[in-house]
Design a protein around this ligand. Sequence first.
Ligand SMILES: [Zn+2]
Length: 314
Amino acid sequence: MKHITTLLKEGVVLGDGGYLIELERRGYVDSGSRREKVGTGRGSGQFTPEVAIEHPDALRELHREFLNAGSQVLQALTFFGTREKLSRAGYGADTERINATAVKLAKEVAGNRALVAGSVSRTQLTEREGMESLGKSRDHLAEQIRLLMDAGVDFLILETFFHLAEMRIALECAAAAGLPAVATMSFRPLITQCTDGHTPAECAKIMADCGAIAVGANCEQEPGRMIPLLREMRAATSIPLAAQPAAFHTTDQCHSFTRLPAFPDALETIQVARHEFQNFGKAAKQDGIGYLGGCCGCNAAYIRALKDGLEEAK
Ligand SMILES: [Zn+2]
């Protein structure tokens, strides 16, 4: 397989979709909604990736579906896989095993047909304990990134960070591990700024300056809502943009589906039709997007739609 930076130079790279919401729908992941109010950003053991060790066949199957739909990259299901977040779900002692197994499963399915990215997200410490917890975040992010490096990922996707300050730390840890990193922020409740007050343009510039190989946004918005913020980022940096939109409708008052009452138990009522992803794929090149995938709600049908859109644009 070619290196991710080579693929990005050659054209738009097609990634994969969202794992946790899809596996929750299939009965393998706990959304936490029976125990507490989900979507506050302060959740405890919600949407954690222990499915890698508890139901490996379910995870293998979803990887196979994305690969079959045309994904050139499979993300190991290591999202929310820091010891901090896993401990809150009761899986702290399994941190090494969950991360190593998730990478092993993705590599097994990818073979020589796709690259494998380690997915790293926020610790949730910043939402829970404030900015003074960033030192602790650094320890947890550094540990997980080391585990992913040891397991043999090709590169990292740093995603669903709410605070740019925590993203900067993740980028520093990636650089220390010598792993290339795609960096995408999530904007909520509006697309105008991230939780610690930076505009999309500022985020793009700073993430690029911190060494990311592609910068952009993921989760929270459907493609139509995410495009304006990506254009703002496009104007602020010349490196490739990365976009992994959610497949759920948002509203003019709330640009983030995880803040809507439909999250997480009525997502069927706000699902976006896949033609929106097809149109997004069609427009990607023209908007300067170099890495294209999906986040929550995006299963293999949406990846196929993105691929169709990319092909139509040729
Ligand atoms: Zn998502």
